[in-house]
Unconditional design. Structure first.
Length: 385
């Protein structure tokens, strides 16, 4: 129940143990074609969908290196730890970064982006994270994309924590590039980054005066390997692709709408239980994520000791606060495979036992009954693999 990786289903792990075939074997091309179409359904796009070999950060770096050239102005919206990582990467790539820094724990007002675009009409690329896992916030990226396009820029987004956990519409929202991770709501092991790329963005990469400075992360070369001609690039991570295919198949089998509802219902139950323990949830209802709940640590409760006890005594992992939130909050993930009522109840039960040892008194049974009542009102769809 940390901020990722979440648990992977045994079906996914079994698929990853299948025999290795060549990355240029026609049977493997069939698998790539199938998976590309399935990822299109997950991202809701009829344009290009494939996977970058590497962690979510590889998807991030592939977008930054491919969609802008050194010296180009890139606006990065920053409201969390991973936004700051994008800024570091973009600066290392020699991009002219205009950072918009807004308060952590709140969704950014698109008007700030509109104003910045007015000051920087030369902007080549706008970057904004959809679900900021460090701050537990959801962001209005459809509006960010609209503003970027109005000013002639491309729009790139991070959907590492949102993909398959809440609504995401790549084509309808007119996104140009979205990268994700396998290890969150898709419930596969970490190490591969599913992405979607618009026609417009691909054509920019193909026609830019100088190719991206990274050969490995050039999105047009990776798109060519996944495209109809399957032009050789690096050796694909065959087992990761087997695993991703299985995980995506399970998500499509459940249907996205049901999966989103599962995330919504279990997060609501968790929040009801946490509130019954008198814990503060600092992110407003409008801005918060279901996949990741930020909880403020009450006075006197030691972050490190609490998380250690949860692991050692209850085998439950929750995440620490990052950046501005370090030492102030814990972050509870309910993602993919891990997003089930049994986990909600296990954690609430553990907290009810542990918190009084830290001097935070709780009404016995209150958290479990609040979560039960919430699930009775809005049940979690049954999850079965
Ligand atoms: C929003 C967000 N972006 C990017 C990343 C980086 O992904 P990875 O650790 O797979 O490189 C994470 C990881 O937690 C994340 O939550």
């Amino acid at each position: 129940m940390g901020p990722g990786p979440s648990s992977a289903n045994p079906r996914v792990l079994r698929a990853m143990s299948l025999p290795i075939i060549g990355y240029l074997d026609p049977a493997f091309f069939d698998l790539l074609d199938e998976l590309s179409g399935m990822l299109g359904e997950i991202f809701r796009t009829d344009q290009h969908s494939f996977a970058v070999a590497g962690a979510g950060s590889a998807g991030m770096e592939a977008g930054l290196v491919s969609l802008a050239s050194p010296g180009d102005t890139v606006i990065i919206c920053s409201y969390g730890y991973f936004c700051e990582r994008q800024i570091i990467m973009a600066e290392r790539l020699g991009l002219n970064v205009v950072a918009i820094r807004t308060e952590w724990g709140k969704s950014m007002d698109p008007q700030v982006l509109a104003d910045t675009l007015r000051d920087h009409p030369e902007t080549q690329l706008v970057v904004g994270i959809h679900a900021e896992t460090s701050a537990g916030t959801i962001q209005p990226i459809a509006e960010f994309a609209r503003l970027a396009h109005e000013s002639g820029a491309l729009f790139m987004t991070d959907v590492v924590t949102s993909l398959a956990g809440c609504e995401l519409e790549f084509d309808k929202w007119k996104l140009d590039f979205a990268y994700s991770g396998s290890q969150k709501c898709l419930a596969a092991p970490p190490g591969i980054s599913p992405v979607a790329l618009s026609e417009r963005a691909l054509s920019y990469i193909r026609n830019r005066p100088n190719p991206p400075s990274s050969w490995y992360l050039d999105l047009s070369l990776i798109a060519d390997y996944w495209g109809p001609d399957h032009i050789a690039h690096h050796t694909a991570p065959v087992s990761m692709i087997y695993g991703l295919r299985e995980a995506v198949a399970m998500a499509l089998n459940e249907t996205l709408e049901v999966r989103w509802k599962r995330h919504e219902a279990n997060a609501a139950a968790l929040r009801a239980g946490l509130e019954a323990l008198n814990l503060e949830l600092p992110i407003s209802e409008k801005d918060r994520l279901d996949q990741l709940t930020v909880v403020k640590l009450p006075q006197g409760v030691d972050d490190v000791k609490l998380r250690k006890q949860l692991i050692e005594e209850y085998s439950i992992e929750v995440g620490r606060g990052l950046g501005e939130f370090a030492g102030e909050v814990v972050r509870i993930g309910l993602m993919g495979e891990s997003c089930v009522p049994a986990n909600v109840f296990a954690l609430l039960n553990a907290l009810e036992k542990i918190l009084p040892e830290h001097g935070w008194e709780v009404a016995k049974g209150s958290a479990i009954s609040a979560a039960s009542a919430q699930l009775a009102e809005s049940p979690s769809p049954l999850y079965s693999a």
